[in-house]
Each structure stands twice: as structure tokens, then as C-alpha cells.
Ligand binder design. Structure first.
Ligand code: BTN
Length: 241
């Protein structure tokens, strides 16, 4: 893995926002890590729980691809996080499409990749944000996420955060730089394939079977009208079979 500049912060609003602001003057890749965030962001405009005890980091990247291809960065990150978690917890980590990581049926990590594009459709930079619930929160998780969110360790342990971050970076750059294959593993780690799921489109809820994930990370759903392919969105597992 190449050397990248690290910005290590006690607190920031959001490491993704910090990275975006930084992108104006920083033309090299960089890593931003914060101990906590005051306005951590998730997908679909949601907030992300970001008190002390978690990993909150963003990679500022300058990928040589179109905006539309940048979605693969998220899939690479999901596999890299899953590997890092397994290495240090010995627990199996699953990926819930698109990019949530689950351990023991609880969401322990969310990934938010944002791009800054040019008018021609090219990508100036991408910000890959990763939030991992590492330690059990002192006052528990907030009411709205307490049934879904999980953590990796009951008690804080010195050095563990750095180990997880290092493992993540090593694994991620294998895919991002060395172009190692990640999609077969992404699919193998999926906790939705073969299951009945529900998804919302234009305000209406649909059900179907999650049949496959394409090489570019799209979800193939079989429903009563045939096959539908989704490149983003939120799904719920309805039935495990
Ligand atoms: C999600 O679950 O919807 C994605 C959550 C992504 C959270 C991470 S934490 C580090 C980075 N900074 C943010 O504000 N968000 C991402």
C-alpha cells in the first residue's frame, strides 16, 4: 500500500465533509479519521451514530474512472471491511446489499461513497466513508437504531481501532490498486441472495426474490412481473426460507 497522508482528528462534523472540503487543495489521496463526529452522515440523508468508540474514517481518492463506475469502490470497501472484522473478531461478517456489514444479524458498519464530478461525466475525486461500531456504546445505541445496530466488542481495547483500520486499508488497496478480484467474495458474503426481500420504488413497496448480484454490483430481483435490476436503494429481508 502506498503512503497516504493521514489527518487524525478528535472531532469533526463528518469525515466525509472534511474530505470533500480538503479535495479543493489536496490532489493526492488522503485518509481522515475522527474519534467522533457531530454530524455523521449515512445514505439517503440519514444521520449516522458517531459517538466515541467507533471507527469513523474517510478516504479521499482520485480514481481514474467515470462517475458511474465509482460504485465499485463501495463494493470493494464492503469486502475489505468484512475481512478486517473477521480477522480481529473471528466472527463471520456478511454484506447486506448495497453496503451494510452485518455480524450476528446486527448492522455493525455502514459505508457512504460520494463523488465530486466534472461536467463531462468524469470523476474529480471520490470520498469513501466508513463507520464501524467497534465498542459497546456507553449509554447504549439511540432508540431509533437500537434493534438494528450492533457492535464488535463489549469493552474498549487499546490498539484495536488502529489494527482494524490497518487491516481495512491493506485489504481495500489490494482491490483498488492491485486490481484483485472482489466480486465473487462480495456475492459469497451476501446475506440476501435467495431470500424474499422488499424494496420501495416511487413511493410504492414491492416484494421479490434477491436472485443475483451483477459484476458491477447491481441487484437482480425476480418478482411477479419478471426480472428487475436495481443499482441503488434500500431493501428489507422479508423471508429467509
Ligand atoms: C450508512 O449506513 O448509511 C452509511 C454510513 C456511513 C458513515 C461513515 S462514518 C465516516 C464517514 N463520515 C460520514 O459522515 N459518514 C461516513
Amino acid at each position: 500500500m502506498r503512503n497516504i497522508k493521514i489527518y487524525s482528528l478528535c472531532v469533526t462534523d463528518s469525515t466525509n465533509s472534511f474530505a470533500k472540503t480538503l479535495s479543493d487543495k489536496e490532489k493526492n489521496d488522503a485518509l481522515i479519521i475522527a474519534e467522533r463526529q457531530t454530524a455523521g452522515r449515512g445514505r439517503m440523508g440519514r444521520s449516522f451514530y458517531s459517538e466515541k468508540g467507533g471507527v469513523y474514517m474517510s478516504l479521499l481518492l482520485h480514481p481514474e474512472c467515470e462517475l458511474s463506475d465509482a460504485v465499485c469502490i463501495t463494493s470493494m470497501a464492503a469486502v475489505a471491511v468484512a475481512r478486517a472484522i473477521e480477522k480481529h473478531t473471528q466472527k463471520k461478517a456478511y454484506i447486506k446489499w448495497v453496503n451494510d456489514i452485518y455480524v450476528d444479524n446486527k448492522k455493525v458498519c455502514g459505508i457512504l461513497c460520494e463523488g465530486g464530478g466534472t461536467l463531462g461525466g468524469g470523476l474529480d475525486y471520490a470520498v469513501l466513508g466508513v463507520g464501524i461500531n467497534l465498542f459497546k456504546p456507553k449509554g447504549g445505541f439511540p432508540e431509533d437504531i437500537k434493534d438494528i445496530a450492533g457492535y464488535l466488542f463489549e469493552n474498549e481495547q487499546n490498539g484495536l481501532k488502529d489494527k482494524i483500520i490497518n487491516s481495512f486499508l491493506n485489504e481495500f488497496f489490494l482491490f483498488y490498486e492491485e486490481k484483485k478480484e472482489y466480486m465473487p467474495e462480495y456475492k459469497n458474503r451476501s446475506n440476501i441472495l435467495g431470500k424474499q426481500i422488499s424494496y420501495t420504488e416511487n413511493g410504492k413497496e414491492y416484494k421479490g426474490i434477491a436472485q443475483d448480484i451483477t459484476d458491477n454490483g447491481n441487484l437482480v430481483i425476480k418478482n411477479e412481473n419478471g426480472i428487475c435490476i436495481k443499482n441503488s436503494g434500500e431493501i428489507k429481508i422479508v423471508k429467509n426460507f
